[in-house]
Design a protein around this ligand. Structure first.
Ligand code: 5AD
Ligand code: FES
Length: 369
């Protein structure tokens, strides 16, 4: 049997069974037939753990005010183009209610990174109000960046139980090239570990296809997810934004898009093969590169989709990257569109369930992989 099929079979039998060299080999595949086998192998594992269904997380882009200046991000502090906004408590609650009524099962609150007492208390208030509105039946994820331990603790106690904090890249040198000197890799890592210690269901991830990023870095990223014992992975291709230092000189050609999409899908497949029971998102960045990008992500092993539920009028000002899809579609339109898209690939949406990652359940019952 070919090396590829051996590796896939070995990975399917037991988590954590691919060595770095194996991951490097899988990440360099280009042949269409071989890629099909890789994606099918990972999708079979996704089906083993999640059946033919996908969990939804409604994403509220709560505000685009950001204290950080990451070189790749469209809402970085130094970009003067986006109109800065912050949703009111009432606006957040209205969207949360709609998401709950639509049976999405879970909600993500995301915004630019702000560390202030006012912001901390506002978020705590929003979490409490959402929890009481939905009687704790709506999974609640935060994606609000680096914070002090007592802030994470306050929000956890207020009712949030998941947190997403991407490490962006597990290579500290590359991290330093992508951020101003004031941004610290080690603090970010410390935050991730604190979240896990506070018993959040913890998610992280990276950008894929960054300038200067090597295949070695990507293989290391997967081993990083493994070593940090993460419950959820949210990663997506890097997409240039013209108003950022990193994106201003990159041409967004068809061949660039194809390369980014393919590496994004290979990373999803390899991560599923290596980690088995985690939740993996087919992120919106995939769809910015291809109309069926998210469906392709599911077919490569992802089991979560995060449709945007932010009121349409705010969406244009929350463009972390260009070519962002669904700018004009409201939540109902996205829900219908997604149902149809998933049906087309033989998948359905698990409505009304929070969709906790199996890995979190397993690690708390001592069976974690
Ligand atoms: N391309 C792709 N992803 C991006 N993000 C920020 N800017 C970009 C970009 N240009 C991602 C980061 C961040 C998440 C919220 O969005 O990984 O953690
Ligand atoms: Fe938003 Fe298709 S998911 S329009």
């Amino acid at each position: 049997m070919a090396k590829l099929d051996n590796l896939i079979e070995q990975a399917q039998q037991k988590p954590h069974s691919l060595a770095k060299d194996d991951l490097l080999y899988l990440l360099q595949l280009e042949d269409k037939g071989e890629l099909d086998r890789l994606f099918k192998g990972a999708y079979a594992l996704k089906s083993r753990y999640s059946g033919n269904s996908v969990y939804l997380r409604g994403l509220i882009e709560m505000g685009n005010v950001c204290a950080k200046d990451c070189f790749y991000c469209g809402i970085r502090k130094s970009n003067t183009k986006p109109k800065r906004y912050q949703l009111s408590l009432e606006e957040i609650l209205n969207t949360a209610r709609e998401t709950f009524e639509k049976q999405y099962g879970s909600l993500v609150l995301q915004s630019g990174e702000i560390e202030s007492e006012k912001h901390t208390l506002f978020i705590a208030q929003a979490i409490e109000a959402i929890s009481s509105l939905t009687q704790g039946k709506l999974g609640l994820t935060l994606s609000l960046g680096e914070q002090e331990e007592n802030v994470y603790k306050l929000w956890r106690e207020a009712g949030a139980h998941r947190y997403l904090l991407r490490i962006e890249t597990s290579n500290p040198n590359l991290y330093a090239q992508l951020h101003p000197a004031s941004h610290s890799f080690s603090r970010r890592l410390e935050c991730l570990r604190t979240l896990r210690r506070l018993n959040y269901q913890t998610g992280s991830g990276v950008m894929i296809g960054l300038p200067g990023q090597t295949r070695q870095d990507l293989a290391d990223d997967i081993l990083f997810f493994q070593n940090e014992d993460l419950d959820m992975i949210g990663m997506g291709p890097y997409i240039p934004h013209r108003d950022t230092p990193l994106g201003q000189n990159i041409e967004f050609t068809e061949s660039f898009k194809q390369t980014q999409l393919l590496m994004g899908l290979k990373m999803i497949a390899c991560t599923r093969l290596q980690l088995h029971d985690v939740n993996i998102a087919a992120t919106t960045a995939l769809q910015a590169l291809h109309p069926q990008g998210r469906e392709k992500g599911i077919k490569a092993g992802a089991n979560v989709i995060m449709p945007n539920v932010t009121e349409t009028r705010f969406r244009a000002d929350y463009q972390l990257y260009e070519n962002k899809p669904c700018l004009d579609e409201n939540a109902q339109q996205c829900r219908n569109c997604l149902t149809m898209r998933l049906a087309a690939i033989g998948e359905k949406i698990s409505y009304g369930v929070p969709g906790d990652p199996l890995h979190y359940k397993n690690r708390n019952s001592g069976q974690a992989t």
